[in-house]
Design a protein around this ligand. Structure first.
Ligand code: BGC
Length: 786
């Protein structure tokens, strides 16, 4: 666990003032840099010590068999696991006769800063070697958001009060040995030496390595090139072997003298292109990076981020930890999606190999809502990737005896990679989650080209799946039986409310979109009869209700089950999945993560305010939050039902998931859904942002511990800002044409002049309770702040 305070609390930076070897693996995730195509964990420049060395390329994976003790029909046979590709960030340093290694000698100071506006990770160290030679070291690293194949490192060594010999070995290393991942099922496979060498060659200032994965047959090239500034007599040497490319720079530094190097690194990969083609691609990328130069790359990075923050920044007064965390979250969400370009966004982004680098529903339900309103083209790209995987999803549906497309629960390349069908194959809601992301994106951008080329077909194929998976019963109700909703502590249940309501939206959206583009829909084989069937199913969708308790059962029969014995469950028995058998979890009322409550958020239009308050209170008592995806949704509903202090507590939990390592597994990679959830909890929660009937609505209210919340967002070619205090909300149109908005249910039009509206007081009932020991940590309230 990350010891507090590990990082100083500052609005725009994550600063670690001392190096903690115990939490090195966690800080490697926190300090990861990525652009969605290339990801570098925040490993130390010299490579050792490390928690987990990591360099990732989006969609570069190796295949591994999925073993079953008792296999069955339709079980996926093959896993796809993200691999650690060639490490280009290594810069080893030898001082006189000793390697610079923070475990030896005296580390006088060591500071690392992730700068959220510059988009860089910088490091400063003052060190005295075991033999007594002092030095200063500085490095700054970036993964370019503007040149997606490129990373660069500025590295400086300075002699302090005595002359020294310094040798820097700048390397590309393939097939690094990796630590044992342990036995947590949520961690990755370890694949030994996944890269087979194809080429190692030298260039004038660096080297190129080309490898190929053994089973997936993907070709990966990495190249490096250097600019060196050192005193006269500085000598360089280049060498390469199958798994290594090395530039050695040797110099003598007088006190105050420096050796400065800029290392440019480029990556490329392909499943199709030849070795020379991939080789040339990375050499060309390096040439472009050199043309920009270090200063040019830095300036472009800043400009890219300035543009992002203009339409995305969130300000939080009164809770400085949440202020820092939401910017940290937005930065990582941007990094995960910015340049993914028709590739998936994994649950951990490119920050670690947790969950084998797989993509889940996390992307469409948590990450894309944030990108849709802050960097919409990244959402279009991610959904275009889903669209490209339609052939696999159709095959899977056919294998399951269904129509349309059954998207995989977890995957990299589009094929199902989960070996546990009760919470994967049966979690059909992923189809509706993808449809929901399509509907939201189209509404927020009006992007008709996307709707025609990507959206319509995704909606059509997912609607077909629902139509064939469900059936009208003898009373005419449309039922979807035997599925698993978001809560993975209940499986294979009938009429999961979340699934049914999301399927309903999916069916309606498919029918409406097909009507807007009849000719195109006709090409997909859609007939009037088929759309009528979708509408009928949607209109008759069964949503179970427990009249006795006056709440919605999460799925049929759920409220009849025995309650989990929370009093007999010790604090060290969470997460329950690691301590209790699934069969027992499945037959009791215990909720891993928001499920019915997520329906209250995403299909809030299907519930009355009274139902929301009752349902929310009921599920609070049962929800243990064994998934990092839960707190943000609970924040949204707590805010909606007027439980503002509870909402604030959940905002804090989502926000600090990784900065405080709340689930003790940040080492395996960041929790992108929880990071995205920080924004969702603030904007949809405290800001009350909803978009149900084609209009943008807000119902903001801030808890006592937050004195001011302001957020920016992009919407239909405009940039908006909302600023909320305890008394009023001010809406400003920063750019674009006037539009209609709603504030606490009242419409108004926003033009050039800002519009101010009073914030009505909340009238909450008693604070709902949570299972003993699972209450969220309390944030400070106004009285404590004073
Ligand atoms: C959650 C899933 C989620 C997965 C990946 C699991 O613990 O229950 O909803 O998709 O983690 O984040």
């Amino acid at each position: 666990m990350i010891e507090q305070p590990a990082y100083t609390v500052e609005p725009w930076r994550i600063r670690e003032c001392e190096l903690s070897l115990e939490t090195l693996a966690q800080s490697e995730s926190v300090f990861a840099l990525s652009n969605g195509h290339l990801g570098l964990r925040g490993n130390l420049d010299e490579g050792e010590p490390h928690g987990l060395p990591g360099t990732y390329l989006n969609s570069v994976f190796e295949l591994a068999p999925l073993p079953y003790a008792e296999a069955g029909y339709g079980y996926p046979e093959c896993d796809q696991a993200a691999i650690n590709v060639t490490n280009g960030k290594l810069l080893r340093l030898l001082v006189n006769d000793e390697p610079f290694d923070v475990r030896y000698g005296d580390l006088l100071t060591h500071e690392r800063i992730l700068d959220l506006r510059a988009g860089t990770l910088s490091r400063r160290a003052e060190w005295i070697s075991p033999a007594g030679c002092p030095l200063h070291l500085r490095s700054t690293r970036l993964v370019s958001l503007t040149q997606r194949a490129v990373a660069a490192i500025e590295y400086e060594v300075e002699a302090v009060d005595q002359p020294m010999r310094a040798v820097v070995q700048s390397e590309l290393v393939a097939n690094e040995s990796l630590p044992d991942p342990g036995r947590d099922p949520r961690v990755a496979h370890r694949l030994e030496s996944p890269l087979q060498p194809e080429e190692d060659s030298l260039t004038e200032t660096g080297a190129v390595l080309v490898h190929r994965t053994r089973h997936s047959g993907l070709r990966v090239a990495a190249a490096m090139s250097h600019v060196i500034e050192g005193p006269d007599g500085t000598a360089t040497e280049l060498e390469s072997a199958p798994d290594i490319g090395r530039l050695t720079v040797a110099t003598r530094l007088e006190p105050g003298q420096r050796l400065r190097m800029v290392k440019f690194i480029a990556y490329g990969w392909s499943g199709e292109r030849s070795r020379p083609a991939v080789h040339d691609q990375v050499v060309a990328a390096l040439a472009a990076a050199r043309l920009s130069g270090w200063d040019g790359l830095l300036a472009d990075q800043r400009a890219f981020l300035d543009h992002f923050w203009e339409g995305a920044d969130v300000e939080v007064d009164g809770d400085s930890e949440v202020q820092q965390a939401v910017r940290f979250a937005l930065f990582h969400i941007l990094q995960a999606g910015a340049r993914a370009e028709h590739r998936p966004i994994a649950a951990k982004g490119l920050t670690g190999t947790g969950y084998d680098g797989h993509t889940f529903w996390d992307t469409e339900t948590f990450v894309l809502p944030v990108l849709t309103y802050t960097r919409p083209d990244a959402t279009a790209d991610a959904l275009t990737w889903r669209h490209r995987t339609l052939p696999s999803a159709r095959d899977r549906a056919a294998q399951l005896g269904l129509e349309g497309a059954a998207f995989p629960w977890r995957t990299i390349g589009g094929e199902e990679c989960s070996g546990y069908w009760p919470t994967s194959t049966a979690a059909f809601h992923i189809g509706a989650d993808i449809a929901d992301a399509v509907v939201r994106y189209v509404d927020a951008t009006g992007d008709e080209e996307f709707e025609r080329e990507v959206g319509l077909e995704l909606l059509t194929e997912t609607a077909r799946l629902w139509r064939s998976l469900g059936q009208h019963d003898t009373e005419g109700r449309f039922r979807i039986d035997g599925v698993t909703g978001p809560d993975e502590y209940t499986a294979i249940a009938d009429n999961n409310v979340y699934t049914n309501l999301m399927a309903q939206r999916n069916l309606v959206a498919a029918a409406e979109t097909a009507c807007r583009y009849p000719e195109l829909a006709g090409r997909f084989g859609v007939t009037n009869e088929e759309t009528a069937g979708w509408r009928d199913a949607a209109a008759a969708m069964h949503v179970p209700y427990d009249e006795r308790l006056g709440v919605h059962p999460q799925s049929e029969g759920f409220t009849d089950h025995a309650r989990w014995d929370f009093a007999a469950t010790g604090p060290d028995q969470y997460p329950l999945l690691l301590h209790f058998p699934y069969f027992d979890l499945y037959r009791k009322q215990v909720v891993k993560q928001a499920d019915l409550v997520l329906a209250l958020h995403l299909r809030g239009d299907a519930f009355t305010p009274e139902q929301k308050a009752r349902d929310f209170a009921y599920y609070e008592r049962l929800t243990v939050r064994d998934s990092s995806l839960s707190a943000c949704t609970q924040a949204v509903l707590a805010a909606e039902v007027g439980q503002l202090e509870l909402a604030h507590d959940y905002v804090g939990e989502a926000a600090l998931m990784d900065l405080h390592d709340l689930e003790h597994n940040t080492r395996d990679g960041l929790h992108l859904a929880a990071l995205a959830g920080t924004w969702i909890a603030l904007v949809a929660g405290l800001g009350g942002m909803r978009c149900f009937d084609g209009g943008l609505a807000f119902a903001p209210r801030v808890p006592s511990g937050i004195t001011r919340l302001a957020f920016r967002m992009r919407y239909r070619g405009r940039c908006l800002r909302a600023e909320v205090t305890h008394d009023s909300a001010v809406y400003t149109l920063l750019s674009g044409a006037p539009l209609s908005l709603s504030h606490h249910g009242q419409e108004f039009s926003l033009g050039r002049e800002p519009v101010e509206r009073p914030v009505p007081a909340a009238t909450p009932g008693p604070r709902p309770s949570q299972p003993a020991g699972r209450e969220p940590a309390r944030r400070r309230t106004a009285t404590q702040v004073r």
